[in-house]
Design a protein around this ligand. Structure first.
Ligand SMILES: NC(=O)c1ccc[n+]([C@@H]2O[C@H](COP(=O)([O-])OP(=O)(O)OC[C@H]3O[C@@H](n4cnc5c(N)ncnc54)[C@H](OP(=O)(O)O)[C@@H]3O)[C@@H](O)[C@H]2O)c1
Length: 298
């Protein structure tokens, strides 16, 4: 399957007036709600059980008339769990997304939807351009690729699909918080050094998504932090900051078998987004920022 180039920059509304944030309890959903608070933009955040991607009725009834931007930050994000229940992952990440996109079309709302680096096979040697061949590397990736396809071909044309990767925030379940906790408690850690990607601050992602929307961008885009690294390099920076005496040893993915395949190389090409929105802050700066704030709240 090859993704056609589907980006555009058109004469769209310049800014949202009333925003619905789906999945407001998640890392990206919460970042969106906090951003909209700061921007003084009217919004409503919903999450389970009121909005459940596995309950068709709640999806059909989610959008209120007058909400002109729907941010879908809800998803089946349990990558390993998708291997044992691919049908449920497909319902949440594809069927319900198609339904939601159709509702946006009917109600005249723009849809911002998040997708993933896992729609690619992870065997490239250069950053994946937006129109690279879609070849999902696991069941979660298949469900997200199917969701993209439904939006692009059957849903609202007024959409922005944003592929991202390795998301972290000062809240929620994520690698940065987990390693910060372990590094503070343990003298040594082992972290895989044969998977390369781009960490993404949920807060920078939300701000970039709003900037894309305001600039009139539509279609598929990539957004991550600047730079790239392995999980081991990321963990090394976190440990150095939290507890310099903790030693982080590199290891291979084979030493830590997981139910879902993890791609060795899943760096997304973000050039188009940077051209439109300006350079992305580096992962090192953004991770440092999150760690400082975690320390402050201890
Ligand atoms: N996290 C990553 O590394 C990553 C990487 C690439 C792409 N993405 C994409 O980025 C988007 C945002 O994810 P995130 O990083 O913010 O993940 P997250 O922190 O795991 O948040 C996921 C959100 O989805 C909700 N959710 C889960 N199952 C649901 C269901 N059946 N019905 C309705 N809501 C449900 C969760 O609600 P509960 O609080 O009730 O669980 C939560 O609000 C997703 O589209 C994800 O696929 C994430």
């Amino acid at each position: 399957m090859t993704a056609e180039a589907t980006q555009s920059i058109g004469e769209h509304r310049r800014g949202p007036k009333r925003v619905l944030v789906l999945g407001s309890t998640g890392m990206v959903g919460r970042a969106w709600c906090e951003l909209l608070d700061r921007e003084g933009i009217e919004h409503r955040g919903v999450s389970r059980p009121e909005f459940d991607l596995l309950n068709r009725r709640t999806v059909c009834e989610a959008i209120n008339p007058g909400e002109d931007l729907v941010v879908n930050a809800a998803a089946w994000t349990d990558v390993d769990g998708a291997e044992s229940d691919p049908d449920a992952a497909m319902q949440a990440n594809a069927d319900s997304v198609g339904l939601l996109s159709g509702r946006c079309h009917a109600l005249g709302a723009t849809l911002i939807h998040y997708s993933t680096d896992y729609v690619f096979n992870g065997r490239a040697e250069r950053p994946y351009p937006i129109n690279a061949e879609i070849d999902p590397c696991n069941a979660y990736g298949k469900s997200k690729a199917a969701g993209e396809e439904l939006i692009r071909h059957q849903g609202t044309p007024d959409h922005i699909i944003i592929r991202t990767s390795w998301v972290y925030a000062p809240w929620g379940k994520n690698f940065v918080r987990t390693i910060a906790k372990f590094a503070a408690e343990k003298p040594e850690l082992r972290v895989v050094d044969d998977q390369r990607g781009r960490p993404t601050s949920a807060e920078q992602l939300a701000a970039t998504s709003l900037a894309l929307h305001r600039s009139g961008a539509r279609g598929v885009w990539h957004a991550t932090d600047g730079g790239e690294c392995t999980w081991h390099e990321l963990a090394t920076l976190i440990a150095a900051r939290v507890n310099p005496s903790c030693v982080v040893h590199p290891c291979s993915s084979e030493e830590y078998p997981r139910p879902a395949f993890r791609p060795p190389y899943s760096v997304l090409n973000i050039e188009a987004t940077e051209t439109l929105c300006g350079p992305m802050r580096s992962w090192q700066e953004s991770v440092e920022d999150v760690l400082s704030r975690l320390e402050e709240t201890k």
